[in-house]
Design a protein around this ligand. Sequence first.
Ligand SMILES: C[S@@+](CC[C@H](N)C(=O)[O-])C[C@H]1O[C@@H](n2cnc3c(N)ncnc32)[C@H](O)[C@@H]1O
Length: 217
Amino acid sequence: MTNITAATRKKPLLEALTWKFFDFEDYLFEKRHGLDLGGIIAANELMSSDRHPVAHASAYHAVWCRNLRELFAEAERTGAAFDNFIDLGSGKGKACFYAHMRKPFSKIVGVELSEKLNIIANHNLAKFRSGSASNIFFSSIDATEFDLPETSNLIFMFNPFDDVILRKFVSRNLEHFRKGTSMIAYANDVHRATLDELGFSTVFRNPRRKLSLHCYR
Ligand SMILES: C[S@@+](CC[C@H](N)C(=O)[O-])C[C@H]1O[C@@H](n2cnc3c(N)ncnc32)[C@H](O)[C@@H]1O
């Protein structure tokens, strides 16, 4: 009994320390590049429910660099190569900046519903730009209206929206997915069952971190 109690206490403490470590890496990333990436901001503070599907949107919260690193490594392990990186629900742009530092993508596109966040992402881009980030583009558009570039894309999502929006996005881009050249990298993959249902197969999953990669079958 004593052992079980000690073990259950120990695990959350260890996990809490691990989280602090991930947060610290992210703090350094933000400071090093002079970016504003912080905060957790509810969707209803970011956009108007008259014009936007707020009820289907997640709060803004930036992904851990650590999780992106794992998804990039696993995507590479599949042997696939990608021309572009697309962040659906790009917020203040963190994943796009991190992708730029890690991989030579031709184009890096952030797709963000909130105009407020998109303005911050573009401010970040102006600060980040060092003459070499001209391949990053942020666009203030609903993911359901976004057409994927024709070539190969690594499409990243950090739980940006619910299954209703996910279905609409996939259905709009179904012809593209059928070509089999693109992959979805999903962090906090709450709606991964929807991807299965829509015809994707899971090529990687880390259940502990809720990270996964999905290809159209
Ligand atoms: C959890 S945040 C992720 C931010 C960013 N990807 C990152 O990792 O730093 C999810 C973002 O998705 C955006 N979002 C929600 N619904 C959307 C939609 N339909 N189209 C585009 N972006 C959306 C939210 O405004 C929010 O900024």
